[in-house]
Write a protein that binds this ligand. Structure first.
Ligand code: ADP
Ligand code: MG
Length: 468
């Protein structure tokens, strides 16, 4: 069965009229990127093992980090808050007014994170951005309060020790700020605020997945999962406290667990890992880590595709064996180009040609070149969507009692928003595991728009109530 499925998948990449040698190379490549249903089942089973290990504190498992959030938002939270959303690509500073009744108002400003901040000056740079925002938007503390309450969405793994404290486990997504691993990132940020005399107090820190889940809960009480498909990928979900072996506190009720699923199967025991993934992994600063994320998310997908395309170039099967100085550069092929390429259905592939000829300066790509390039991007994008569906199905199946009613999944990130058919592929690819009835009638995937900003405000609202 698995073999048959793989064969079908592979055969759809055969290009009519292309030389045999090219078709053979293309089909071999497609086979290496294929994820059969049987493979997805294997991944789901391994996911469960990895979740179990992580919840019990076994380092072989996924991190499965307790978020200290143990109450579902009601939708009635109110107040004005500052929120920070540090993603892998941008920092967004927002002023969020929670109006209750699931309604909110938000003003935000986006700052692209410069390389210097990623490598060195991150916390002072954040303080600088906050100071610009506070000044430009006249943000003041609420009447009777000394500082502006702030929720901080931080999309890197931290070991939380409280709602507003957490030690950085490690960097990923290309960040490497010195002297920060093992330290409390709230403290580091708060100290940078003090150096700038900013009257902003961080009252809660949360992962971006948690932000997406909270935002989703604010308007859909049946929300069970928050997922990010952006620069990186990760998810969180509501877990029973009694199921969290490593949790020392009370065992009654629920808590949001940040899975850090980007770290799934770093040992590469079940993932369909290719030479093109290996090339990326070998050259990345976090070699051997976040292997699952590197097969799925926006930061990496284009680079996997670039490696695969250059592999064909080197065999003189693509672009007449020629690349370009631009295309030779690591990470020059943004995942956004893949979205443009796979969505081009014009007979002469005008958009595909534009990307390669004009943007990447490949000399005179032929129509056949464009077809090959589109096929390669499609294989890699399809694999990403199948793996994403497998991980989502795995977390849903982990709590089978959740599947009895309707389930909303709050999802954020540019891959989910902009990669063609990502949403549809998530539904379709998890059918064999969750059943048609559940997928058609009970599963609701919803864009948790501005999830990180709003989610941080919701948690800040809950936290500042605690503080009062
Ligand atoms: P963050 O992870 O910082 O919160 P986003 O969710 O916006 O940010 O994700 C940014 C990532 O999405 C980048 O890696 C970028 O390459 C990728 N991306 C941006 N636009 C697209 C697109 N149209 N299709 C696919 N990926 C995209
Ligand atoms: Mg984000």
């Amino acid at each position: 069965m698995a073999l048959l499925e793989t064969k079908e998948f592979v055969n759809c990449y055969r290009i009519e009229g292309a030389p045999d040698k090219l078709n053979e190379a293309l089909l071999r490549m497609a086979a290496s990127f294929a994820v059969s249903d049987a493979k997805m089942r294997e991944i789901i089973d391994r996911f469960h093992q990895s979740m179990r290990d992580g919840l019990n504190g076994d380092e072989a498992g996924m991190p499965m980090i307790p978020s200290f959030i143990d109450r579902r938002p009601t939708g009635n939270e109110q107040g004005k808050f500052l929120s920070l959303d540090l993603g892998g690509t941008n920092l967004r500073v927002c002023q969020v007014t929670l109006l209750g009744k699931s309604d909110f108002h938000m003003v935000q400003q986006k700052f692209t994170i410069p390389a210097e901040a990623k490598e060195r000056t991150l916390f002072d740079w954040i303080a600088q951005c906050v100071s610009i925002f506070v000044e430009e938007h006249d943000v003041e503390p609420n009447p009777g309060e000394y500082s502006i309450n702030c929720g901080f969405t931080f999309s890197f793994p931290i070991n939380q020790t409280g709602l507003a404290e957490g030690n950085l486990i490690m960097w990923n997504k290309g960040f490497l700020v010195p002297n920060s691993v093992g330290r409390d990132v709230v403290r580091l940020t708060q100290d940078a605020f003090l150096r700038k005399h900013l009257r902003v107090r961080i009252v809660a820190i949360l992962n971006d997945t948690v932000g997406a889940l909270m935002t989703s809960c604010y308007s859909n009480p049946d929300s069970q999962l928050g997922i990010i498909f952006g620069t990186g990928t990760n998810a969180c979900y509501w877990e029973r406290l009694s199921n969290i072996g490593k949790w020392a506190g009370p065992k009654e009720g629920e808590m949001v667990i940040n899975t850090e699923w980007g770290a799934f199967d770093n040992a590469i025991e079940v993932l369909p890992y290719t030479m093109h993934d290996n090339k990326l992994n070998r050259k990345s600063p976090n070699h051997g880590l976040q292997v699952f994320e590197k097969m799925i998310s926006g930061m990496y997908l284009g680079e996997v595709a670039r490696n695969a395309l250059l592999y064909l170039v080197d065999q003189r099967l693509l672009f007449d064996g020629r690349s370009s100085p631009i295309f030779n550069k690591s990470y020059a092929f943004d995942t956004a180009y893949m979205s443009e390429i796979v969505s081009d259905d014009s007979p002469d592939l005008t958009e595909v040609r534009k990307v390669f000829e004009q943007t990447l300066e490949i000399p005179s790509p032929t129509l056949l070149d464009c077809k090959v390039a589109k096929a390669v991007c499609d294989m890699i994008g399809t694999r990403a969507m199948r793996l994403s569906a497998a991980s989502m199905a795995a977390v849903l199946l982990w709590r089978p009692e959740m599947l009895k009613g309707t389930v909303t999944v709050g999802i954020d990130g540019s891959m989910y928003q902009f990669y063609p058919s990502f949403d549809k592929a998530l539904y379709d690819n998890c059918r064999p595991f969750l059943g048609d009835d559940f997928v058609d009638n009970k599963l609701k995937l919803r864009l948790a728009k501005d999830g990180s900003g709003v989610g941080a405000a919701i948690i800040a609202a809950v936290a500042s109530k605690h503080l009062q």
